[in-house]
Design a binder for this molecule. Structure first.
Ligand code: G1P
Ligand code: ZN
Length: 543
């Protein structure tokens, strides 16, 4: 017999979900009532009775135990059915797909994305809506409010469900369906991309390296790239998800995926390289001897998507986050399709995708995706690149060179200053916001400011307004600086400075991005007084 217990609790401060759910240090999440309070607050807001949910996570430390707690709470709250990835594993895009495919009432994803995992690293929980996308702000705010009022949560007294075996299990009155995490996702990819063409490319000697960074995409990449597409065995490295990601920082960028960068720039480099993050929604792509910035990747994917079967009818529109470079806008203009500039965070793309206004979306933070799910999707981007390479039969370097020659080049870089004292970062942003009105007309580092504001967004679908989404400084020569504080960090504040400069035509083909951006970088420091406010003169991470 199982029994439902009502546990008395009290609010725990600071359970405020950010752009990607609630993220905290693992010991915090493992603290008394912490996970339970947050999960009950989710159910109190969205309702669980009689509903069906998807549950899975990126396999990080505490993923397995948290899954059992959430299952017991779902059963105690009257959920009818839960679809769980085997071993409580699901990549974020695969979870989004399962939510949509099974027409469920949403899903719970356990992940702190690209943040390191382990007993003393990060953990996270996020709720996705029935459309497969992250809960919008109104919903996460309601969850947060609930955490400040909570007095009890419900828990089923029962043993763990055996999540290691695929099949149907029973937990109290609730059905638990354990599914293979990869099967449905791989099937979806087969509908979007020309697998025979990619298979022929691999059969012809095309070589690839996929670094799954000991995170969740390992099983997905091995099944799709090696088993279904015939890439050589061993193409996928770090392919076994580990609770601490093998000590890696599973953030696919040139700093954290350094081994991949070294290989791609070394002797005997493969034709194509890629990496993905903790929960599989991010991607970095690299050609032999050439790095593809995420902003450029979005633009190239948008310009060539029609070469893949799933997009052969063309795109409805392209959306990018505000800090992402305008390279994709130039493609949208050339194609005569809609272009959208949204605040940072994937949830802002959801409405555009649901309304059929945009087909492809992307962020400078190594996130790209389409309307096939409602999350960004790392392997999807890798497969679209492979499809394009298979059809065009050119190298990544050739494709980029042709792209820049046609559209011009948006030199782009992001500089991150991590773990700044929160008060200092806040003071810097406040001072910057206070100085905005005086900036236009001023000349800094030889460039004249044309416009400065704090980005606000009115959603074209539901007219909701999001303010204070980042300070933008635009220059007359088309250069741009954006400043914003991270919403996903767990230690102090992270200042992100986004730098962009446009060069038309082949003239700007061969410059190093940091060199091309040097005056913009100097201007960024000068305008915000980064050193004076934070004591930092150089960024911790450059992407
Ligand atoms: C970061 C990225 C942002 C992305 C988010 C979730 O958020 O910058 O583009 O949507 O992670 O992956 P931030 O830490 O900047 O708030
Ligand atoms: Zn992620």
């Amino acid at each position: 017999m199982t029994q439902i217990t009502t546990v008395q609790t009290q609010p725990i401060a600071g359970q405020k979900p950010g752009t990607s759910g609630l993220r905290k240090k693992t010991p915090v999440f493992m603290g008394r009532h912490y996970l339970e309070n947050f999960v009950q607050s989710i159910f109190d807001v969205v309702g669980a009775k009689g509903k069906t949910f998807v549950l899975g996570g990126d396999g990080r430390y505490f993923n397995d135990r948290a899954a059992q707690v959430i299952l017991r709470m779902l059963a105690a709250n009257g959920a009818a059915r839960v679809i769980v990835g085997q071993g409580a594993i699901l990549s974020t895009p695969a979870a989004s797909h399962l939510i949509r495919l099974n027409k469920t009432d949403g899903g719970i994803i356990m992940s702190a994305s690209h943040n390191p995992g382990g007993p003393n690293e990060d953990f996270g929980v996020k709720f996705n809506m029935p459309n497969g996308g992250p809960a919008p702000e109104g919903v996460t705010e309601a969850m947060y409010k609930r955490t400040t009022e909570i007095t009890e949560y419900r828990m089923l007294e029962a043993q763990d469900v055996d999540l290691s075996h695929i099949g149907r299990h029973q937990l109290g009155a609730m059905v638990v369906d354990v599914v293979d995490p990869v099967t449905d996702y791989a099937a979806l990819m087969e509908t979007l991309f020309d697998f025979p063409a990619i298979r022929a490319m691999f059969a012809g000697g095309f070589r690839m390296r996929m670094d799954s960074m000991c995170a969740v995409t390992g099983p997905y990449a091995t099944e799709i790239l090696e088993n279904r597409l015939g890439a050589a065995k061993g193409t996928v490295v770090n392919g076994t998800p580990l609770p601490d990601f093998g000590g890696m920082h599973p953030d696919p960028n040139p700093t954290w995926a350094k081994a991949l960068m070294d290989e791609m720039f070394g002797a005997n480099a493969p034709d194509f390289g890629a990496a993905s993050d903790g929960d599989g929604d991010r991607n970095m792509v690299v050609g032999r001897g050439i790095y593809v910035s995420p902003s450029d990747s979005l633009a190239v994917l948008a310009a060539n998507a029609h070469l893949a079967p799933g997009y052969k009818a063309g795109l409805k529109g392209v959306a990018r986050s505000m800090p992402t470079s305008a390279a994709a806008d130039r493609v949208a203009d050339a194609l005569g399709i809609g272009k959208y500039e949204t605040p940072t965070g994937w949830k802002f793309f959801g409405n555009l995708l649901d309304a059929g206004r945009a087909t492809i979306c992307g962020e400078e933070s190594f996130g790209t995706g389409s309307d096939h799910v409602r999350e960004k999707d790392g392997l999807w981007a890798v497969l679209l690149w492979l499809n394009i390479l298979a059809v065009r039969k050119q190298s990544v370097a050739e494709i980029l060179a042709e792209h820049w020659a046609k559209y011009g080049r948006n030199y782009y870089s992001r500089h991150d200053f991590e773990a700044i004292e929160t008060a200092k970062a806040d003071a810097m942003m406040a001072a910057l916001r206070g100085a905005l009105a005086g900036l236009p007309g001023k000349t800094v580092q030889g460039m004249t400011v044309s416009m400065a504001d704090d980005f606000a967004y009115t959603d074209p679908v539901d007219a909701s307004v999001s303010t204070k989404q980042g300070v933008r400084v635009l220059f007359q020569d088309g250069s741009r600086i954006v400043y914003r504080l991270s919403g996903t960090g767990t230690e102090g504040a992270t200042l992100r400075v986004y730098l962009e400069r446009y060069a038309a035509g082949p003239a700007g083909l061969d410059l190093d991005a940091q060199a091309a951006l040097a005056p913009v970088i100097r201007a960024a420091h000068e305008i915000a007084g980064i050193a004076a406010h934070t004591g930092r003169t150089a960024p911790d991470v450059v992407t």
